[in-house]
Design a protein. Sequence first.
Length: 229
Amino acid sequence: MRRSHRDLVRELPLFREMAAVHFDMLVDAALLQKLPKHITLIQEGELPDFLHVLVEGSVELFAAWDGRETTIDILRPVTTFILAAVIRDEVHLKSARTLTPSRVLMIPAESIRNVFGRDAAFARATVNELAARYRGVVRILKDQKLRTGMERLANWILEEDRRQGSQGRIALAHDKRTLSSLLGMTPENLSRNLASLSAHGVTGGGREIVISDRKALQHWAKPDPLIDG
């Protein structure tokens, strides 16, 4: 494992304050995998063998039922997933697959639970991370239940633009079918909603979305810190 990757993982809030000897125990037992896109890392319904840390690339969290599938989240570096199942040693409630070529650090789940019981700083960081993930789920539920599809798309555009440097040009890292699933709509509705947002300063084509009038979009979308953070 490269020193640069090790340092990135060490700087994550989950690992930052833990004892060096315990951090070394975790990463020395870990595997760093270089993976192509569309590789399934986690299957819902199975017990966790590893805590995964996304170092490079992007990962889609998704779930399926009765022939239907939905995107739950799209992860970017550097972040862990799926911590709750590892700590509780219970089956995964969602699956994970790479969206792009990725590097993923895989730390044995048993090692995580062992260090959790021995390192108070790591235990506190784990509780904080799980609490943050819970609050994130609440925000997603509010976004899904309180907004129309067009409003969800508008606020997603504003947030994604912020993540990409607020340049007003959003490069999509995945196809629009994945984006529509993430936002809880069909690809057809996504296309219609994107076309309707042209009246509020947004244009889109191919793998790019352009904000031509940010003030107009913000005025219509009404971003809310209690939903969007």
